[in-house]
Unconditional design. Structure first.
Length: 332
């Protein structure tokens, strides 16, 4: 056909697309029953300060840590992660702190066990576990884990779209990259709306271009996509859920004026192509009821809740957690 496009891909692209990527089973059994699966698109929705970015860092740590080190079980995945930071909230120091806490807690637990219960030797390291890893060894190990993480920062929608296009070369050369994260997807929402004038199609043009590129990356390279979406559309306190503080009367924002059935806090404001693309929505909130730890002095921490909804099966799961110096800890 005259109008048909001839799609050509390199051998490296074919290998990256068809090679067997590591599975993310048991990434976090408290959050995922079985998965996440390749091509899952998971949206983190919630107000600022509800734990979305912290949960991303928690999952990054789970991804880039190996399953074992020095004979100790770290329950990691040893896969690569691409992190696109549009809100400039990403902190490598915070991530390193989470990784260090994870390793140190496992080391401490391992060496409290009787010798008969320890894994006596790690074949890769060729050392016994009678002596714990030294501090410089742990630092070297954490730096090695961080090499599996690739971070890019964007300050506009156009830069985000160009950056996503450029990621194909990296994905071609690094087939072990299984996860793409964006924090946040709607960072430039108000700028794009303002630049789009009164034309709704123009307002959402950059959103649609972004989703188009994301869809190609996810489907071509069998990625799992995590994207945060702040709750920038709020319901008026005196309303019954029929309007919001910043929604407009345009047809494009009709969804902003209606509560989602899966969560009373959610209001959709992104384009329809994104709404169709999402497979899971995680709604984050901070509870007014604090959590008192069992640590000395009865430390009081904020309590957070995440409601996980599979939009394909309508299954629902609710989990509670708190945020400590060492990262996320679940509340059973």
């Amino acid at each position: 056909m005259a109008g048909a496009k001839l799609e050509v891909e390199s051998g490296a692209q074919l290998l990256a697309r068809l090679s067997n990527k590591p599975k993310l089973k048991n990434l976090d059994t408290f959050l995922f029953e079985d998965g996440p699966q390749p091509k899952d698109v998971i949206e983190f929705y919630g107000e600022e300060g509800s734990g979305k970015t912290e949960m991303l860092l928690h999952l990054v740590a789970k991804c880039i840590l190996p399953s074992t080190w020095c004979g100790m079980n770290l329950n990691g995945q040893a896969v690569g992660v691409l992190f696109v930071d549009t809100d400039y909230h990403f902190s490598v120091i915070r991530l390193a702190s989470i990784l260090e806490h994870c390793v140190n807690s496992v080391v401490s637990l391992q060496h409290k066990l009787p010798k008969s219960d320890r894994c006596l030797k790690d074949l890769n390291e060729g050392r016994t576990l009678d002596s714990p890893p030294k501090e410089d060894e742990i630092d070297t190990f954490i730096k090695a884990c961080l090499k599996r993480l690739f971070v890019v920062k964007c300050n506009s929608s156009h830069q985000l779209i160009v950056t996503l296009h450029s990621l194909e070369s990296l994905l071609d050369s690094k087939p072990d990259i299984c996860v793409l994260m964006i924090d946040s997807l709607s960072a430039f929402y108000w700028i794009d709306r303002s630049n789009g004038g009164d034309n709704v199609t123009t307002q959402e043009a950059n959103q649609r271009r972004t989703v188009d590129v994301l869809s190609r990356l996810v489907m071509t390279y069998n990625l799992v996509l995590f994207a945060t979406k702040p709750a920038i559309i709020q319901r008026r306190a005196n309303d019954e859920g029929t309007s919001s503080t910043t929604s407009t009367d345009s047809p494009s924002h009709f969804a902003c004026k209606n509560k989602e059935k899966d969560s009373p806090e959610h209001y959709e404001y992104l384009c329809k192509s994104w709404q169709k693309f999402v497979t899971q929505r995680w709604t984050f909130s901070r509870s007014h009821q604090p959590f008192v730890t069992t640590m000395p002095n009865n430390t009081i921490l904020n309590r957070y809740k995440v409601t996980i909804v599979d939009l394909k099966t309508s299954t629902k799961l609710t989990r509670q957690f708190c945020i400590t110096d060492g990262g996320i800890e679940y509340i059973m």
